[in-house]
Design a protein around this ligand. Structure first.
Ligand code: B12
Ligand code: SF4
Length: 518
């Protein structure tokens, strides 16, 4: 087979950023799969350039991409959807065949195939091999390929080190290495992309090797686990860590459900160096099995979760509590008021608020929203769980919803609460990290943005009609924003690429059903 010139681009950022947080942290959010795809392409004998785009000027990105390319693999979240389309168009104009993988490809394959030659779902080595062997243009509609399931094994850090270290060159202060011990999840939260994906453990031997290896590369490594739900096979994980490295010799960060964070587990996590944990509380009315609160709801659940999180904070110095607003059971000011109570009762937790977002065909709930015609086709560029909420709420008018959201956010990031949070956590890094996040885009920035949005919803009929799904015309406020963000790549955004069919998944399912019946 001919040796191909391949570029793999991980779009960690969707636009250039000058923000301090982005500059310091973006490279630490590098995805693992683009590094693995780079490795697999090399193992197939091809020349590979791997780029982790963290938000330097686009000119720099375009300079980094080799001029002569046969294939470009792009990994993107939906918020980088428009950027990925423009980049694909630009690279196709230079003669490259383009391939999209990652969350956007998994959630919106029907849309992405209009702009890419290949759109990949679950990806294993044999899918990559198929692409490289075929390696041809598929236009106007790209082809969709997917393995039957998530891969049962993936190369570890040591094997992909060349690419890991290239991404980390862009992390000036703090360097966090992404690792993954499992894919899928045994829980079935209906809003989640992993609700129907079976839990699969990856190799403990590879994990142990990687942990030992990292200690040869850093004095004190920092590892961020990308497992959708860390620690499902808790004892096996901890045994593996304890066998591989001395206690508390690596700082670990993980997303884990509260159900897994019992006191004995926390003792072991502490002993093994876990420094930050990100449990999902999601809702005061639902997801009881995930937070181990069973059928408890409302204030009763607030009390129980608060107690639990205060206990977690006695063992783990940093905790981010994740919430989703806009879920079906939410009604009136109560969910927001309960969250404020939680903030008061749990001063050490850093709250992260997501707006209910239906990412195409990701979650089981989504098809229901499409059937009810409730999904608003906001340009992907804003689909990051906080710029827009693309499901029309059942129990709120939009101004009512955002008034409540501004209220809870203002409370959570008010100076008295910031001071209380500062006092409540131990250690200078967690203390100042919370302050920095509160005064930057996640706290003050969010209050400003949502207050502005509320004002627009109340006064600007163009924006309001669009949010209500009554107009398909994207307000200039949003198109100008994308144009600004894409800079020189704006001219490469294909015609029609700002729009997508919000019901594409439903349409496809209905067509398949008709085919079966015919
Ligand atoms: C770990 C994680 C993170 C980590 C690490 C992110 C990273 N860069 O990988 C952190 C905490 C940084 C993060 C941040 C965010 N995340 Co996140 N995250 C996840 C999580 C929990 C697991 C993803 C994972 O690694 N799965 C395991 C891998 C093996 O599976 P996979 O992702 O499906 O990948 C398979 C294929 O898609 C393919 N593939 C993946 N990448 C690529 C790349 C190429 C080139 C190719 C060819 C193939 C390929 O191969 C894999 C094997 O089959 C998922 C939820 C979930 N339960 O899956 C959300 C999820 C991916 N995140 C999501 C979101 C929205 C975000 C944020 C925008 C949140 C925010 N408001 O800040 C940010 C955006 C970050 C960014 N760079 O843009 C959404 C994405 C939806 C979408 N369509 O965009 C998800 C699905 C959660 C959800 N809301 O449903 N996230
Ligand atoms: S516990 Fe987390 S990863 Fe698992 S299904 Fe629920 S939201 Fe998804």
């Amino acid at each position: 087979m001919q040796k191909l010139r391949i570029c793999v681009i991980d779009l960690v950022a969707k636009a250039p950023t000058k923000r301090f947080w982005g500059r310091v942290m973006n490279a630490n959010y590098a995805s693992i799969m683009p590094q693995i795809v780079s490795l697999w392409c090399e193992q197939e004998g091809h020349d590979v350039t791997y780029i982790c785009y963290t938000g330097a000027e686009f000119e720099t990105l375009l300079e980094e991409i080799p001029e002569k390319l046969d294939v470009a693999f792009i990994g993107a979240f939906s918020q980088a959807g428009q950027l990925s389309y423009a980049l694909s168009n630009f690279l196709r104009s230079r003669g490259a065949v383009t391939v999209l993988g990652g969350p956007h490809a998994r959630c919106y394959p029907q849309d992405a195939q209009k702009y890419f030659d290949y759109v990949l779902g679950f990806t294993d080595k044999s899918i990559i091999r198929d692409v490289l062997q075929d390696c041809s243009q598929h236009r106007p509609l790209g082809i969709r390929l997917s393995a039957e399931q998530q891969p049962s094994d993936l190369p570890g850090v040591q094997e992909r080190w060349k690419f890991v270290s290239k991404a980390l060159e862009k992390a000036p202060l703090i360097k966090i290495v992404g690792m993954m011990g499992s894919v899928g999840c045994p829980y079935t939260c209906s809003f989640c992309i992993d609700a129907e994906i079976p839990y699969q453990q990856l190799s403990f031997d590879v994990m142990k090797e990687d942990l030992r290896f990292l200690r040869t590369k850093f004095k004190r490594p920092r590892v961020g686990w990308h497992d959708p739900n860390f620690g499902v096979r808790f004892d096996d994980y901890m045994d593996a860590i304890e066998e591989a490295i001395p206690p508390d010799s690596i700082d670990f960060i993980a997303e884990s459900s509260l159900a897994l964070l019992s006191e004995p587990h926390l003792k072991r996590l502490k002993k093994n160096g876990f420094k930050a944990i990100l449990p999902g509380i999601e809702s005061w009315y639902d997801m009881g099995n995930k937070s181990k609160t069973g059928g408890k709801q409302g204030l009763e659940k607030v009390r129980q979760v608060s107690e639990h999180i205060n206990m977690v904070l006695r063992y783990i110095p940093y905790l981010q509590a994740n919430f989703v607003f806009g879920l079906e059971l939410d009604e009136g000011p109560e969910p927001f008021e309960l969250t404020k109570r939680f903030i008061d009762m749990t001063p050490g937790a850093f709250p992260a608020y997501s707006l209910l977002t239906s990412f195409g065909q990701a979650a089981p709930l989504n098809i229901g929203y499409q059937r009810e015609n409730r999904v608003v086709p906001f340009p992907f560029h804003f689909m990051n769980n906080n710029h827009v909420m693309n499901v029309k709420p059942t129990h709120y008018t939009l101004p009512e919803f955002f008034r409540n959201l501004v209220d809870v956010t203002s409370h959570s990031f008010s100076w008295p609460i910031i001071a209380k949070r500062f006092k409540a956590v131990k250690g200078p890094i967690p203390k100042w990290m919370n302050v920095l996040r509160a005064v930057s885009s996640e706290g003050f920035g969010r209050i400003k943005y949502h207050t502005g949005l509320l004002h627009m919803l109340e006064t600007n009929s163009e924006v309001r009609r669009y949010w209500e799904g009554e107009s398909q015309e994207i307000p200039s406020f949003y198109t100008d924003w994308i144009e600004r963000d894409l800079g020189p790549l704006w001219q490469w955004l294909p015609e029609g690429a700002l729009y997508h069919d919000p019901n594409a998944h439903l349409r496809e399912e209905s067509e398949q059903l008709l085919d079966i019946q015919a």
